[in-house]
Design a protein around this ligand. Structure first.
Ligand code: ATP
Length: 391
């Protein structure tokens, strides 16, 4: 697997070859009454607000035409028109159609157009992958649901290149391998298998480049929706960019096929947030905490002196903090407020462990180690701390 950091602004011919200029669009409708705009395929069957119109919003017009109603005010909607989601800008000092370029709507095309660079410099043998993490931009008609649909987001995409398959089994095996890798990764960041489901995109709905696509859905609070996509793109992209590969072994030239796991970092993060959010009872009150797996917790441990105004405790706590910091990162030091409040603050951040230095520490070199999930506290020798906290 080779890492890549391609350009955000690329020659517009890239997007012509990939099919984005002609086809990367969503159906747009506008309300004739309130003039709000919506993505036609995302209008839910039940109105969001109660504006006193019947619930069925698709009614037969004259002939076979369906007339939809605005989900906000019940007004009549315009006909669908295709809205290209690529952000446009201009390159150089002259603004005009000749200098118009796009902000990339996906990282994948940067991988395809750099395929030859990777092959020429690294001489990889098939199968191999090229992976890229980076910002993508889409002029979404209706952004929303917090991080789920934003106009500027982070993608992690892999193009895994294989020899042209001789039969369906050849690519299906690789496809299944990546399907299980995707699930494995999502589970590694704390998303339980029960919150995920695989949606096989029906043949008629497949994107222009795809021979098979599975969307991996997460059970978000607002409904099941895509967190990762997996597509078999065949030789569509390399062929359109007129790029091929020379295989030394049978001494032949051909266009490799690509299997593409496409992760949305923001959507994965939102899923990890939803999964970690936990409410329970502690010390007779409600507690809210983030039950992150230690691997993804933003802070791995917090160190507290029991009292702020006892220099000997503060000095010892600092010493412990400096020691842990060498082993795991990030670790925080906090001496602000009573100890219970400090625990709760770390619970909300999702810090798996808190370490408290008290008067006993000065006598016997032990500290209190408190577990985020259970609230349980135990005495641990300072020299054992690092191995206890290691992830
Ligand atoms: P949707 O149907 O929800 O618009 P999509 O099928 O167009 O998504 P892809 O083109 O397959 O999405 O993009 C790959 C991944 O990039 C998605 O699985 C998702 O995680 C992420 N992604 C796409 N659009 C957005 C967005 N507007 N905001 C955040 N993440 C996004």
């Amino acid at each position: 697997m080779f890492g890549l950091d391609a350009a955000i602004l690329m020659n517009p011919k890239v997007w012509e070859a990939s099919g984005h200029t002609a086809g990367f669009s969503d159906p747009l409708v506008e309300c004739k009454k309130c003039h709000k705009r919506f993505r036609a395929d995302k209008i839910s069957p039940t109105p969001k607000s109660d504006f006193g119109v019947p619930e069925v919003r698709l009614r037969g017009g004259d002939g076979n035409e369906a007339v939809r109603q605005c989900p906000e005010c019940g007004g009549e909607l315009t006909e669908e028109k295709q809205f290209n989601m690529m952000f446009k800008t201009f390159i150089g000092a002259v603004e005009g159609t000749a200098s118009q370029i796009y902000l990339r709507p996906e990282t994948a095309q940067g991988i395809f157009v750099n395929f030859k660079n990777v092959v020429d410099s690294m001489h990889p043998k098939l199968p191999f992958g090229i992976a890229q993490i980076g910002k993508s931009f889409r002029n979404e008609i209706t952004p929303g649901d917090f991080l789920f649909r934003v106009r500027e987001f982070e993608q992690m995409e892999i193009e895994y290149f294989i020899k042209p398959p001789k039969n369906d089994e050849d690519w299906q095996t690789v496809f299944e391998h990546w399907r299980s890798e995707i699930h494995g990764w999502l589970e590694s960041i704390g998303i339980t298998a029960g919150s995920l489901s695989d949606f096989e995109v029906p043949k008629d709905d497949l994107a222009h480049y795809s021979k098979r696509t599975i969307d991996i859905f997460y059970k978000y609070p607002f409904g099941d929706d895509e967190v990762v996509g997996l597509a078999y793109r065949g030789d569509f992209d390399l062929k359109n960019h007129k790029i091929d590969y020379y295989d030394e072994e049978p001494k032949e030239r051909f266009v490799p096929h690509a299997i593409e796991p496409s992760f949305g970092v923001d959507r994965a993060l939102l899923a990890a947030f939803c999964e970690a959010y936990t409410e329970d009872e502690m010390s007779g009150g409600k507690r809210v905490f983030m039950k992150f797996k230690p691997e993804i917790a933003p802070i791995k441990a917090a160190v507290f002196p029991l009292l702020k105004n006892k220099p000997e405790l503060v000095a010892k706590a600092r010493e412990v903090y400096e020691m842990i910091k060498k082993e795991i990162q990030p670790v925080v030091f906090d001496d602000n407020g009573n100890i219970g409040k400090r625990y709760r603050r770390q619970d909300e951040i999702g810090t798996p462990y808190c370490v408290t230095v008290d008067f006993d520490t000065l006598e016997d070199n032990t500290v209190t180690l408190r577990d985020r999930d259970t609230g349980e506290q135990e005495r641990v020798k300072i020299e054992e701390l690092a191995s206890r906290l290691k992830i």
